[in-house]
Design a protein around this ligand. Sequence first.
Ligand SMILES: Nc1ccn([C@@H]2O[C@H](COP(=O)(O)OP(=O)(O)OP(=O)(O)O)[C@@H](O)[C@H]2O)c(=O)n1
Ligand SMILES: C[C@](O)(CO)[C@H](O)COP(=O)(O)O
Length: 393
Amino acid sequence: MSSDRAPRPALPRDRIAVLITAAGRGTRMGGEMPKQWLPLSGRSVLARSIDAFAGLGRIVVTVHPDDMDHAIGELGGRITLVAGGATRSDSVRAGLEVLEGSGITHVLIHDGARPLVSASTIGAVVEALAEGAEAAAPGIAVTDALWRGAENVVTGFADRAGLYRAQTPQGFSLPTILAAHRAAAEAAPDDVELVQRQGLAVRIVPGDEDNLKITWPGDLERAGRILRMRGTDMDVRLGNGYDVHAFGPGDHVWLCGVQVAHDKGLVGHSDADVGMHALTDAIYGALAQGDIGRHFPPSDPQWKGAASEIFLRHAAELARSMGYRLGNADVTLVCERPKIGPHADAMQARLAEIMGVEPERVSVKATTSERLGFTGREEGIASIATATLIREA
Ligand SMILES: Nc1ccn([C@@H]2O[C@H](COP(=O)(O)OP(=O)(O)OP(=O)(O)O)[C@@H](O)[C@H]2O)c(=O)n1
Ligand SMILES: C[C@](O)(CO)[C@H](O)COP(=O)(O)O
């Protein structure tokens, strides 16, 4: 997980809101889908823009009315969604109106198309506001010579002295920016311009070359390269699981999804597949999503005698829905009998099939406990499992 998260705000967290604009159509980018929904190293551009502000305060995102269902599906209940307007200014205004009267004192307005904003850029804006600035925004002093041109011919020159390239997040006291939007006779490319039109000072804090706005085809590839260079494009998680089931009367046991003939059965609320339970818990563990009992309470009669593949499939799908894929899984069964070796290949294939992964990612093996303890006395079977999950972060 990226360590470059938004720092603790110097302003109280419950007084800051983050307004992220994502209602544009991305016409310069082209393509079927607006740029904010495109994947960037495994997660959408917009999800990355939102996550950069994690822990900072309330998050409001403006989305195009046509994208509302998509937004609800992808972003769920963790943010407030507001329908945007025809221009960026209209979208910002719609988001600001929602915040009025909510106790919020300051707002950071950020382009949903700037997914690589760093904690230090966000922190510099928040710090300026905390020091009393009415408005603050990141800017980069222009270093290239500036030409005018037409039809690929230079027609004139502009003095670069005192020119800055504007970035977001742009931070404001809420009353200031609301008043500026309400007073605006026409839209502006950014919110700083609206505030400056009111004669208010806007503090410039250092911008960041990596805080690019995805605008043209090629920008997405550049953003991907930056993420890879940062080395924060991957989140690897490890989980473990342990389970035990006692022997009881019966003529077979279920182990890792395979029915194995035996002179005893395993006792449990479900089919007592101890190996599959350990693996399921390993996946939930890697996701920090509790254990089987949390998702399938034993007190619930509908799981009585249930096939354990329901649990494993649920854990694998949960991992996928959170953006993770299985790196590998390793299950060890601890028992004197039945012998596992003759069934290990079938178990590997079955677990892989249920999880929807290649069999080479799954290992099933067994050991005895040298006749020691409850497994040695053949009172039951134990299993331990580990799973790694990988998300291109
Ligand atoms: N009516 C609009 C227009 C833009 N935006 C958002 O404002 C940010 C900056 O705008 P821009 O890069 O211009 O995005 P688009 O308008 O989508 O791009 P284009 O101009 O190429 O169509 C983007 O996150 C965009 O989704 C918005 O919320 N509402
Ligand atoms: C707000 C902004 O990102 C600052 O650089 C920029 O003005 C957005 O402009 P666009 O015309 O919506 O791309």
